[in-house]
Write a protein that binds this ligand. Structure first.
Ligand code: ADP
Ligand code: MG
Length: 362
């Protein structure tokens, strides 16, 4: 993101910093104070900027901390596959038959079933819909494949990288398939052996939950929250100007392809081959996987930015479109009424219909 926090590289290992900057601004005669913080959450950098109008001295710092707490709680309690007692961790545990409990019922076909929180249920319905609409390009059942690539770790410790064996990838792929999950009556049913991985949509879901939280805070008149490649804008800037969100150039991550100018509430999600990757023998192995092959997607794209009004939808589509490539990806984005900016390997920039009204190339 630019304008608010300057350039930032995901690959930079930041110490866990918690810095809160305060700036005073004046809007419509009332005093507005900007509170900023930078920290880490969901394995990435979290940058928060809140414009607070009431009791700012007492409230602002706590509010920025509350943003981080909300994300951490969401990850621990619901989304993380690495936390055994999160909702996803428990379902995965049951599917691996490592656990058994009253909360799960085993159907005749052997599938497991678990009641899940209402908000997560709705979000997963949307995710499954995108999986279907993208012919499985988005697939949250790829956990075993993602685990074999181990790119979260290898991207920061390349010596840990091992090219997965083809047979192992085939075996992991056999345990995946979005159609092996069913959502019904508030419950998630899935076949044993599946490992769910919500990495493609977790940050978008976090943006939606934060948006709902922001709406309950009358004293917050505007906000920009950047969680790795997912950015949420909300409300107004005291100077009445638009929010500016920079789109990183995937071929040179120290510069930008251009800037989005957005008013009010938006979610911007980017999937890029530069976010988490390892290079071995001249090949870049990145973290966005093609569910058909089990290998990093090679669709000719280097990055996809989707912006719209639902974080979960934009994040789901950014991954799906990256896998599909420019032509099908643009169609899918337009079908969902969101906007897309896609950068291809040869430097071509693709914009979906209407995106040019928001995007200015650098
Ligand atoms: P980021 O997490 O960097 O924002 P994405 O939103 O594109 O990037 O999500 C990539 C993550 O999602 C991977 O790290 C992996 O955990 C998971 N993943 C990879 N490929 C797929 C896919 N085709 N469908 C669903 N999830 C995927
Ligand atoms: Mg995504």
């Amino acid at each position: 993101m630019k304008s608010f926090f300057g350039k930032y590289h995901k690959k930079t290992i930041l110490p866990v910093i918690c810095l809160v900057c305060i700036g005073c601004l004046s809007a419509c005669g009332s005093r507005t104070v900007e509170y900023r913080s930078a920290d880490t959450a969901m394995g990435t950098v979290l940058q928060v900027s809140l414009y607070v109008t009431a009791d700012p001295q007492e409230d602002g710092k706590e509010l920025t901390e509350e943003v981080r707490t909300q994300i951490i709680d969401l990850e621990r309690q619901e989304l993380s596959r690495r936390v055994p007692d999160s909702v996803i961790g428990r379902i995965n545990g049951l599917a691996a038959q490592e656990q058994s409990g009253n909360e799960a019922a085993r159907a005749e076909d052997g599938s497991i079933e678990m009641q899940i929180p209402q908000a997560l249920y709705q979000e997963l319905l949307l995710v499954q819909e995108v999986s279907k609409a993208s012919n499985g390009a988005l697939d949250i059942t790829l956990g075993k494949v993602a685990k074999l690539w181990n790119l979260d770790t290898a991207a920061v410790q390349p010596q840990m990288f091992q090219l997965p064996a083809k047979a192992a990838l085939q075996e992991a792929l056999a345990c995946s398939g979005f159609e092996k999950i069913t959502l019904i009556d508030g419950k998630l049913q899935m076949m044993p052996g599946i490992l769910l991985d919500l990495g493609a949509v977790g940050k978008g879901i976090a943006c939606d939950r934060l948006l709902a939280w922001l709406e309950t805070k009358e004293q917050i008149s505007g906000a920009v929250i950047a969680l790795g490649g997912s950015i949420l804008t909300y409300g107004e800037k005291p100077d009445g100007k638009e929010w500016k969100v920079g789109i990183v150039d995937p071929s040179d991550t120290s510069s930008y392809l251009g800037t989005l100018s957005l008013e009010g509430r938006w979610c911007v999600a980017t999937s890029g081959d530069y976010e988490r990757y390892v290079e071995a023998e001249g090949i870049r192995y990145h973290h966005i996987l093609d569910p058909e092959t089990g290998y990093p997607a090679q669709s000719g794209l280097k990055s996809v930015t989707i912006f719209g009004h639902s974080g979960c939808l934009c994040d789901a589509l950014s991954t799906a479109c990256f896998v599909l490539g420019a032509e099908e990806g643009l169609k899918l984005a337009e079908q969902y009424g969101v906007y897309a900016v896609m950068a291809a390997e040869d430097g071509t920039l693709f914009l979906s219909k209407g995106a040019e009204a928001y995007f200015t190339a650098d």
